[in-house]
Design a protein around this ligand. Structure first.
Ligand SMILES: Cc1ncc(COP(=O)(O)O)c(C=O)c1O
Length: 424
């Protein structure tokens, strides 16, 4: 028997399956399980007929470049479309700054490779996106968490954490933030705070990694285009590396996203990408390009905002009805997620098997914390299930929680009182 551990790199020893991906194996068992676990867009929102038409045309065989290798930076017409998207977000990104990536997940991996050495510190929000944790862990970076307030990252805590890390003699590689409808909390960094965050980064000479896949999905009853202004829009010195993606607006299966980085970094990111995949799939990039050029993307956005806002409403109503004041959450003003606090005696990791028994899954809050804490938090994704399944899933979750509380109460009940002496 070969001991493969002995052959593995130190980095490989740290690699782990993501908690969210792990949930996929439960679903694969084929039972009737309602999943609030992964942040998947709803397939019924995909513009199927348009995609069929575009793919048929692209695969007509008249343009050989469709199935050929392409430039690492990306399909040039798509880069121009992305420049237009960035310009609508108030960011003037020239082609020397842009790189098409295979999902923003690759963007996270590339940035980690280019900026971080083993042992370097990345400052992250508490909680933060698990995919970023995976990318940073894979390059053996050390993640240090900064608490959040209702309007996002706590700036005073950020400065304290930064000062402590520097006092310990460690290099801070960057600060990673998801300012719009954060995964997992759904929180939005306030506008004033965005400005102060940028000032802080300049004062402390830290690079910011701004990850922005959800910004187009603001719910018009409580947020607007103004609230989701990228930090990058006010970055005049090249301090922010910006990631965004077509995954949540067109379809994640195409794996098309982009990075806007200062040119010197963009060049390095390109080299790092050459080693990973040479280029993002050419057919995928062209489909996304055509979907933008033909106005399909513009048509999708208002529909998606209403669609996901409605699902958020259904989940909020169902939770309120099922749990009353036992469960609370910050109201999501956009995105896919609701971050719920369960009663304190519930360990949400331990609740998972019971939830599965009742036919529902979610992601336990612990997965999003880099400080190893145990929580009574859960991330519920309302994006993919139908409204009926959301209602039914919340009812199942309620049943699972009540069963768990019942078990806890019984195990904590004092031993049956001893019989009075006369009865012995
Ligand atoms: C905050 C955040 N960043 C990045 C990603 C990865 O997105 P993509 O599909 O573009 O790789 C996700 C996906 O859920 C996400 O929530």
């Amino acid at each position: 028997m070969i001991n493969y551990d002995a052959f593995m790199s130190r980095a490989a020893a740290h690699m782990q399956d993501s908690a969210i991906r792990r949930m996929g194996t439960i679903l694969a068992q084929g039972r009737d399980i309602i999943s609030f676990a992964p942040g998947y867009p709803a397939p019924d929102t995909f513009p199927w007929t348009d995609f069929q038409e575009i793919a048929r045309e692209l695969l007509s065989g008249t343009d050989g470049s469709v199935l050929q290798y392409g430039p690492t930076r990306g399909f040039r017409p798509l880069i121009d479309v992305i420049r237009g998207i960035m310009s609508a977000r108030d960011v003037a990104a020239g082609p020397e700054r842009l790189l098409v990536t295979t999902g923003s997940q690759q963007g996270l991996d590339l940035v980690a490779r280019v900026l971080l050495d083993p042992g370097d510190v990345v400052l992250v929000e508490l909680p933060t996106y698990t995919g970023a944790i995976t990318a940073f862990r894979n390059v053996q970076a050390r993640m240090v968490g900064v608490p959040q307030e209702a309007d996002g990252i706590d700036l005073a805590a950020l400065d304290d954490v930064y000062a402590r890390v520097r006092r310990d003699g460690q290099r801070v590689g960057m600060l990673y933030v998801v300012p719009n409808f954060q995964n997992p909390t759904g929180l939005l960094i306030g506008l004033e705070k965005r400005a102060r965050l940028l000032e802080w980064a300049a004062r402390r000479d830290v690079l910011l990694l701004e990850d922005d896949p959800y910004r187009e999905l603001y719910f018009e009853d409580s947020a607007s285009e103004t609230d989701v202004r990228p930090i990058k829009a006010d970055d005049h010195e090249g301090r922010v590396i910006y990631l965004s993606s077509f995954s949540k607006t067109l379809a994640p299966g195409y794996r098309v996203a982009w990075i806007d980085a200062p040119p010197a970094l963009a060049a390095k990111l390109e080299f790092a990408k050459q080693a990973e995949d040479l280029c993002t799939g050419g057919l995928d990039q062209r489909v996304v390009y055509e979907a933008c050029r033909r106005g399909i993307m513009d048509r999708q956005l208002p529909m998606l905002r209403t669609y996901y806002q409605n699902k958020r409403d259904v989940m909020v109503a169902a939770l309120t009805e099922e749990f009353g004041s036992d469960v609370s959450w910050p109201a999501p003003r956009g995105g896919f997620f609701l971050w719920a606090t369960l009663p304190p005696q519930i360990d949400t990791n331990r609740l998972i098997p019971r939830a599965v028994e009742h036919g529902v899954i979610y992601v336990a809050g612990d997965a999003f914390f880099v400080d190893g804490r145990r929580t009574h938090l859960i991330r519920l994704s309302f994006s993919a299930p139908t409204p009926e399944r959301i209602r039914e899933g919340v009812a199942r979750l309620g049943a699972a929680m009540r069963a768990e509380l019942d078990t806890i109460t019984r195990s904590e009940a004092p031993e049956a009182s001893p019989l009075p002496p006369a009865a012995r």
